[in-house]
Design a protein around this ligand. Structure first.
Ligand code: SAM
Length: 248
């Protein structure tokens, strides 16, 4: 009833619901492109290259949404002909996963290499020591308890496994931060209104970026969760940062 589909049968309804969420996802991708001038694609490409998966990589991509990181992973391991690789995409929102699954089948990806599992980053539905790589891209900022996300990441990784996080961060210089703030607070909500017809979610987005811990603070939190050799790299002056650590 929410979508006004009462009169259609079950499969027609499913198809229309899929269309609705495809449209949402399309807006979502358009917004990502508009806000970052398309640069989020390069950040994700670089993130995956830095992870550098090889044969036997069992990746868990948390808050994986519609599969942007997972698809880059599959592309990478297929390109280099690495064997015995698998990615599990997990997200709290089943509709995002549904869009991702549809994208994956229409891209004719090998379905034995990817699985989709609804789940909360703060309470993962996986056994201890299950994966040897863990990624979370633009997801941890949305979680309520960062410490729980990190301890769950530690728990599901095998010894030797790598944790990697791609997230908006804080600019390394205060003049740049000033210009960036003008852009974020004044341009992004306007783009949200113009492109997606919504102001509030994009205002929330900007505020959540400001509230997320800075690079050094987040690095300390990752160490407190038990990870070793923790470091980070700033991209584009710290607009985003990649944090990395190992369970040893
Ligand atoms: N990683 C994808 C990407 O880079 O395109 C999606 C990022 S999207 C900005 C954030 C995702 O985090 C959404 O799909 C949302 O459903 C998910 N999310 C929010 N809170 C979560 C939680 N507690 N556990 C798992 N996923 C969560």
């Amino acid at each position: 009833t929410h979508f006004g589909f009462e009169t259609v049968n079950e499969s027609e309804k499913q198809e229309k619901v899929h269309k609705v969420f495809e449209n949402v996802a399309k807006d979502y991708d358009t917004m990502n492109d508009a806000m970052s001038l398309g640069i989020h694609r390069l950040w994700k490409d670089y993130f995956l290259c830095k992870l550098g998966p090889v044969s036997n990589t069992k990746l868990l991509d948390v808050a994986g949404g519609t599969g942007d990181i997972a698809f880059r992973f599959l592309h990478h391991v297929n390109q280099f002909n690495y064997k015995n690789c698998h990615v599990t995409v997990t997200d709290i929102n089943p509709h995002m996963l549904e869009v991702g699954k549809n994208r994956s089948t229409s891209l004719k990806q090998d379905q034995s290499m990817i699985s989709w599992q609804e789940g909360d980053a703060e309470k993962l539905p996986f056994k201890d020591n299950t994966f040897n790589a863990y990624t979370i891209a633009f997801g941890i900022r949305n979680c309520t308890h960062i410490d729980k996300v990190l301890s769950e990441a530690y728990r599901v990784l095998q010894p030797g496994g790598r944790f990697m996080c791609l997230e908006f961060s804080h600019l390394v210089n205060s003049t740049a931060q000033w210009f960036y703030d003008q852009y974020s607070f004044q341009v992004i909500p306007v783009l949200g209104q113009l492109i997606a017809g919504q102001w509030k979610p994009y205002q929330y987005l900007v505020e959540s970026i400001r509230q997320f811990p800075d690079q050094e603070t987040f690095k300390n939190m990752i160490e407190e969760a038990g990870f070793r050799q923790v470091d980070y790299e700033n991209l584009n002056l710290g607009i985003v940062a990649i944090h990395s650590g190992f369970k040893l």
